[in-house]
Design a protein around this ligand. Structure first.
Ligand SMILES: Nc1ncnc2c1ncn2[C@@H]1O[C@H](COP(=O)(O)OP(=O)(O)OP(=O)(O)O)[C@@H](O)[C@H]1O
Ligand SMILES: [Mg+2]
Length: 406
């Protein structure tokens, strides 16, 4: 059994104040919050998901839509400038986070055009760079934000997670892992950089073996570290899922496993041996990789295998509602795991259109778990009725054409 109490009294990750400037369809917004769950209700296109996206930019990465910097600025503002800033609370205490783009006025105040958007980050001759500041210091990457606030999200775009590409499931897994091993993000970036350099080297038939060896050594070291963190996360999650299986029975319990060369090897051998084996595989595989024009073996090919426990059925064969319930159950299990392992702090949850697929029983079970976890879950929906169960226990805001009405 999990030793976590039904109510988590210690603390949580939460946003106390949020302000937006020229972000997506918002010209300007200021929001003051309590630590309680947040419900955003409004018509299609009102700006609910945009608000969740703004919060997701307070954590490492490109946010919940993985958009480019140029897409965040309000298209009708005649400028690429935008800003999101917030006062947040996490295990490290309070922090002020700000992110955005400044001083990228377009010549003559013209509206950003499709051509610029199509070309991604290039705006005229300037390169659009998102600035990130934490407690008054400018950061060179978003990675340290993970220390100030920990969050996880579920969006409708993730509904196809079990049927889509393995890379999406890997990304989901790596996000789950980030809370326990914040360094894994940096390791992953370094691994990808070394792999890109090796792939480039494969194009050159005269490339020196020494160059390959250096890169393959890095890839082996980083790859095995990443695989080990993934295995640890999966193991921990399995423990929480087993412990909450009966209590959270509105959500089918998930079976989870990793399908990856390094992860499988690590279950049988010490990490140093797996590292040696992987280095050898890379070295022996240069010809095959050259023909394929990419690296065929490594942690970048790992898949997260999820199954519907009670039905003993791979998640990809489950119904849409079952898949959503499985995924939600996984996110809730992760939230409880974070509470158990990270000093009693629950992560902030962004649950976009969460009520959409669920019947009343599941919806209420979800809300009960959110209240028991005592976490600041941000939930969106078009129908206020779906959230009446919360009563005074959540802060409800109506979003109306990029404005918030309490
Ligand atoms: N960069 C941008 N500048 C201006 N408007 C934008 C920008 N990006 C998106 N929008 C617009 O913002 C509006 C709100 O989008 P959002 O996804 O937040 O809606 P929503 O309230 O979640 O709606 P739904 O219930 O349909 O999911 C949309 O009309 C969208 O076209
Ligand atoms: Mg939306």
């Amino acid at each position: 059994m999990s030793d976590s109490p039904d109510c988590c009294p210690l603390g949580r990750n939460w946003v106390e104040a949020l302000s937006l400037h020229n972000f997506r369809n918002y010209t300007s917004l200021k929001l003051q919050l309590s630590p309680a769950p947040v419900v955003l209700v409004g018509a299609n296109g009102a700006g609910k998901t945009n608000l969740l996206e703004a919060i997701s930019l307070l954590s490492p990465g490109q946010g919940l839509r993985r958009a480019t910097t140029v897409e965040f600025g309000c298209f009708s503002s005649g400028s690429y400038d935008w800003a999101v800033s917030a006062d947040v609370h996490g295990i490290m205490g309070e922090a002020r986070i700000g992110t955005g783009v400044t001083s990228n006025r377009l010549p003559g105040g013209s509206v950003p055009g499709q051509t610029d958007l199509d070309n991604g980050r290039e705006v005229g001759s300037e390169t659009l760079r998102r600035k990130i500041r934490m407690n008054g210091e400018t950061l060179s990457s978003s990675t340290p934000l993970g220390q100030s606030i920990q969050m996880l999200w579920l969006t409708p775009a993730m509904d196809g997670l079990f049927t889509g590409a393995a890379s999406e499931r890997r990304r989901f897994l790596d996000r789950l892992m980030l809370v326990f091993t914040p360094e894994s993000r940096k390791q992953w970036n370094l691994f990808e950089r070394a792999m890109r350099q090796r792939n480039k080297l494969l194009e050159d038939t005269n490339a020196s073996p020494y160059l390959f060896e250096g890169l393959e050594m890095q890839m082996a070291e980083l790859g095995v570290a990443i695989a080990a963190s993934r295995l640890e996360t999966i193991e921990r999650l399995r423990g929480v899922i087993a412990a909450s299986r009966d209590r959270l029975n509105a959500f089918p319990f998930a079976t989870i496993a990793l399908d990856g060369v390094l992860e499988t090897a690590l279950e049988e051998k010490p990490a140093v041996d797996v590292e040696d084996d992987y280095r050898r595989l890379l070295s022996e595989g240069r010809q095959t990789d050259r023909a394929a024009k990419r690296t065929l073996i490594g942690p970048h090919r790992t898949d997260l295998l999820v199954g519907h426990g009670p039905k003993a059925m791979p998640a990809r064969y489950c119904s849409t509602g079952e898949q959503k319930a499985l995924l939600t159950g996984l996110v809730l299990a992760h939230a409880r795991l974070v509470y158990d392992k990270v000093g009693g702090y629950t992560p902030l949850l962004l649950l976009d259109e969460i009520a959409a697929h669920f019947d009343e029983i599941r919806r209420h079970a979800l809300f009960d778990e959110i209240l028991a976890l005592n976490c600041q879950a941000w939930m969106t929906g078009t129908d206020r009725q779906s959230f009446t169960y919360f009563g005074e226990r959540a802060q409800l805001f109506t979003v109306n054409d990029a404005e918030i009405v309490a």
